[in-house]
Design a protein around this ligand. Structure first.
Ligand code: BTN
Length: 245
């Protein structure tokens, strides 16, 4: 796959979308040392100091083009790649956090942003390697105590892993993605609040369904949620993240 390496760009995600919109794209990866206008989910800003991984991948949309499933699949690929780099006792604390974040204990290590444009999907990944911009985030460097893999090497491993996970979706095997999530989601059976714009719903996480939606139990009723931001209710945080079930 062609890789475009940039010293600086506004956002690899925005560049990928511009490339698709100008009909000048092929399947490729884009990685930048610095972003001047990085974006996160829900139109948040993504601070992009040098030293971390900022990358986007442009892929033809798989036959099974459910964005919800692609989003969960991408999180599996990033989670498994990072997990392979950690010592056994640290692997235990690496979690998937719905909809597609990677957490180490109770802090965010990586975020993923998706966009669908025409027949293309943009999978954009940010991983804190050397620095964090908020106290609620964690870097690989601080987890490992001197992380020596470069952003480009890490991106190479993610691309390989992503191809493997994508092949599962292309073969209509979403059950492997679902199983991986059910093994690694820390919030299972916990009380959470899901926020989507100004809407907010509280309930207990009961899993991920066959369509890739989050299953939330509210007042003895099951609700199926495709998008939003999830927050663990405060008093449960330390119990959950400290000891994996
Ligand atoms: C999130 O909010 O958790 C998603 C963060 C995604 C950040 C990455 S960094 C590379 C790519 N370019 C961007 O502007 N954003 C994504």
């Amino acid at each position: 796959m062609k890789i475009i390496r940039l010293k600086e760009i506004d956002s690899t995600h925005k560049l990928a979308i511009r490339m698709i919109e100008s009909n000048s794209t092929i399947e490729c990866g884009i990685i930048a040392d610095i972003q001047t206008n990085g974006v996160g989910r829900c139109e948040r800003k993504w601070e992009s100091a040098p030293g971390n991984l900022y990358a986007s991948i442009i892929k033809k949309i798989p036959k099974n083009k459910d964005i919800c499933k692609i989003s969960l699949m991408a999180a599996c690929a990033v989670h498994e790649t990072v997990k392979n780099l950690l010592d056994p006792e640290k692997k235990e604390h690496l979690y998937l956090h719905w909809p597609n974040d990677i957490y180490y204990k109770n802090k965010k290590l990586s975020g993923i942003l998706l966009a669908v444009v025409d027949n293309w999907v943009v999978i954009s990944i940010g991983i804190n390697i050397h620095s964090v911009s908020t106290p609620t985030a964690v870097s690989l460097d601080s987890i490992v105590g001197g992380f020596s893999v470069s952003a480009q090497q890490l991106f190479g491993s993610i691309l390989e892993m992503l191809d493997r996970w994508l092949a599962l979706l292309q073969n209509d095997d979403f059950s492997s993605v679902r199983k991986y999530w059910l093994r690694n989601i820390v919030e299972m059976d916990s009380e959470v609040t899901i926020k989507n714009g100004s809407d907010s719903l509280s309930g207990i996480i009961r899993g991920i369904d066959e369509l890739g939606r989050l299953v939330l139990e509210c007042n003895d009723q099951k609700l199926y949620i495709s998008s939003g931001d999830m927050f663990l209710n405060e008093q449960k945080i330390m119990v959950n993240y400290g000891e994996k079930k």
